[in-house]
Design a binder for this molecule. Structure first.
Ligand code: AMP
Ligand code: MG
Length: 401
């Protein structure tokens, strides 16, 4: 049995800011929306190292400092099971990075269902309980996204994720009978959230929640709030999920590269149809395309990010709550672009489950809130009209209007 966990890293350059946050919470409370940190991925650079401060200068002594006078400071952290890079630029950048690092480690401890002492693990053990502000906020957002996605985003799917071994890497294929049993514990309508008093009650014994599909986007929006508080600019890259805050020092937008679906160790692309996996256009493709932005989160979901293989079949970590199986819709990669990092993360997971047609339909009803970049199993690339001026690709783009 082969196992793969891909760590996506996008090459980063640097940062500066001038943007106001849209709908962000304050740094002390949960971020209501998100923001504008800044990443720059060089689509021509195939290396996977993080590269900071290329164009910055050390000239921080000047009294009339401009954005270009600051050095981009970069911090690397391993948390939430992934490699992260935070870069900030401005008078108070060091302090902002210190606080960002502290925040991410704290959020990881609070929210990771797999860590025995996390709040989420305790809730799962006790069938609910009192919630921190952050957990209450995330459960509330998750329930709202569940409704908007006709149940595709489903935080109560955790017992099913456990059965497949994605929580402890003891991978196995549960029987249909086992899945049918576990699916009875799945359903957001069986979670009773009291948002005012910040409590949750699980209505069925054995229910468990997992905020893994939304945590990173939320975390990046929290870090952007920290950058805002310190009046620094920067970019946050949580394992390839990027949030940028402000334009580059020269005033131009950051270029965020959207990673192409990863190849397996055998250099195959089992996520794609046979014809597409042999296609010349996709053969050497590192990036699906490049998005230019100065104020958005860019968050990608794909089955290739975590999976195992048994008897030639690949099983990935995004579960269709209706079947209990890894979702089998027609998409291989879903990127959501939004100023609201929490929404972007929740939707990236959801749209992957829902597939192209349903995702397009939901986008039509919410086009002011987010945009999408999608690749289907035939290797066809789709993007929504709101990012027409921002997104470019070597592949042909089918615009969804
Ligand atoms: P992401 O990389 O954001 O798509 O999140 C994937 C993670 O979300 C998985 O590893 C699970 O922890 C969790 N998850 C899996 N399936 C679902 C689902 N249908 N709804 C919500 N979370 C899910
Ligand atoms: Mg997600």
């Amino acid at each position: 049995m082969k196992v793969q966990v891909v760590k996506k890293i996008i090459v980063i350059n640097m940062v500066v800011v001038t943007l106001a946050l849209t709908g962000c919470g304050n740094a002390a409370g949960p971020a209501a929306g998100s923001s504008a940190a800044e990443a720059n991925a060089d689509s021509n650079n195939e290396s996977a190292n993080t590269d900071s401060a290329d164009d910055s200068t050390d000239d921080t002594e000047n009294t009339n400092t401009t954005s270009e006078d600051y050095e981009l400071l970069t911090r690397e952290v391993f948390a939430m099971d992934t490699y992260m890079t935070f870069s900030a630029y401005g008078e108070d950048a060091e302090a902002a990075l210190d606080e960002a690092e502290e925040e991410i480690l704290w959020l990881d401890q609070l929210l990771a269902a797999e860590s025995e002492n996390s709040e989420v693990a305790q809730l799962n053990k006790n069938g609910g309980g009192q919630l921190s502000e952050e957990t209450a906020y995330l459960i509330e957002r998750s329930l709202a996204i569940n409704e908007e996605t006709e149940g595709a985003f489903e935080i109560t799917v955790y017992p099913v994720k456990q059965a497949w071994g994605f929580t402890d890497e003891n991978y196995r294929i549960p029987s249909d009978a086992e899945l049918a049993e576990l699916l009875q514990l799945v359903g957001s309508d069986q979670l009773e959230l009291d948002a005012e008093n910040k409590t949750v009650t699980y209505k069925k014994e054995g229910m468990k929640i997992d905020l893994g599909g939304i945590t990173k986007g939320y975390a990046s929006s929290r870090l952007a709030d920290i950058f805002m508080k310190h009046d620094v600019q920067g970019m946050i890259n949580l394992g390839g999920n990027v949030q940028v805050y402000g334009p580059k020092p020269d005033g131009s937008d950051w270029r965020v590269a959207i990673q192409a679906p990863e190849r397996t160790e055998e250099n195959t692309l089992p996520w794609l149809s046979k014809a597409a996996s042999g296609s010349a256009a996709l053969a050497g493709l590192d990036y699906i395309g490049v998005l230019e932005t100065n104020n958005q989160a860019v968050i990608t979901s794909g089955g290739y990010e975590r999976y195992f293989e048994k008897d030639g079949v690949y099983y990935h970590h995004i579960i269709d709550p209706k079947t209990g199986y890894p979702s089998d819709a027609d998409l291989v990669s879903v990127t959501i672009v939004s100023e609201d990092g929490t929404l972007a993360d929740g939707l990236s997971t959801s749209m992957f489950v829902l597939g192209l047609d349903k995702a397009s339909e939901i986008w039509s009803a919410h086009r002011d809130e987010f945009d999408m970049i999608l690749m289907d199993k035939d290797g066809a690339l789709y993007a929504t009209g709101g990012i027409k001026e921002q997104f470019t690709s070597d592949l042909e783009i089918n615009w969804i209007e």
